[in-house]
Design a protein around this ligand. Structure first.
Ligand code: ATR
Length: 276
């Protein structure tokens, strides 16, 4: 039986086991995917011992995504450029680290807003943490020319410009209203609006009403599924895509690497995750 894991600290809230166990059952694969609480102090020794413990790989989540960069033998290109690892697998006795968050972002929009990258001119990203880095990688990959990056702490946005290049334009939050009319897509990558774990303040963006018709608003927050940001965007007749699909789609490449079959993101899976 093949075994995979998700490790983090804390880890009890993770929905990844629901997703992978669903696919294992659907595809009649004899495998197991479990949550493992791993404290930061023991993360390195945990990763180095996965083969010994019979794992074929697993997912890495908060707070280990950056630390994983130094604890694998090889990185895929996305992990190297994003600066974070969320998926680990073994290949020829070596530990590989990859990043599939950006794939989750792209596939979610491909599935739910066909043609979202057709114009790929201007994007506005809110937030400059790890999630923002994966999304900026995705937006660049799909050809976005100008990526405005608004963050409470401007220095973090400036650091991203250093890492990702001239297409990144760091701006202060109040400057959003000056550039919002030009945006083809707006992405919230901050935890604002999240109502689980520790509830966060809402993300209120009045100037969203000035976005041009046909543009897309998407949120990585999926608890609640319809955030205030998405609600406001809908009221203003903009296209919207919620964040749950990103979580589901980022899981696909890992499952395929560990268990050898590419699984499908279906409405049934989505409903199952929502119900738990
Ligand atoms: P992740 O890796 O999940 O992206 P992170 O690195 O902690 O998490 O980043 C969280 C993002 O949410 C950051 O952009 C953060 O802004 P700062 O860089 O200024 O900290 C943003 N964020 C979190 N709480 C916020 C709040 N109350 N108001 C505005 N931005 C907030």
């Amino acid at each position: 039986m093949k075994k995979a894991f998700v490790c983090g600290w804390p880890i009890h809230h993770s929905k990844s086991p629901i997703i992978h166990q669903y696919w294992l059952n659907e595809l009649s694969i004899s495998g197991k995917y479990s949550k493992i609480p791993v404290e930061p102090e023991t993360f390195s020794s945990f990763i180095r011992s996965i083969a010994e413990h019979g794992y074929v790989g697993g997912n890495v989540t908060i707070p280990h995504k950056q630390a994983a960069m130094q604890n694998v033998d090889h990185l895929d290109q996305a992990a190297r450029e994003i600066g974070a690892v969320n998926t680990i697998w073994l290949h020829e006795n070596k530990i590989w680290g990859g990043n599939t968050d950006w794939i989750g972002f792209v596939e979610n929009l491909d599935q739910n807003c066909f043609g979202w990258d057709k114009k790929s001119e201007n994007a506005l990203v809110l937030g400059a943490g790890g999630a923002a880095r994966a999304i900026i990688y995705a937006l660049k990959f799909r050809g976005y020319k100008n990526i405005y990056l608004a963050n409470r702490t401007l220095e973090r946005a400036e650091q991203i410009k250093q890492d990702f290049g001239q297409s990144i334009i760091p701006i202060e939050i109040p400057a959003i209203k000056d550039i919002i009319t030009r945006q083809d897509i707006l992405v919230n990558t901050t935890s604002l609006g999240m109502d689980s774990l520790n509830p966060m303040p809402e993300l209120i963006l009045d100037s969203i009403s000035e976005m041009k018709s046909g543009s897309l608003v998407t949120d990585i927050v999926y608890t609640p599924l319809e955030t205030e940001l998405l609600k406001t965007a809908k009221i203003n007749k903009l296209n919207t895509v919620d964040g749950l699909g990103m979580l589901l789609h980022q899981a696909v490449p890992g499952f395929e690497k560990w268990f050898g079959v590419k699984p499908k993101v279906t409405t049934q899976l989505r409903d199952l995750v929502l119900s738990r």
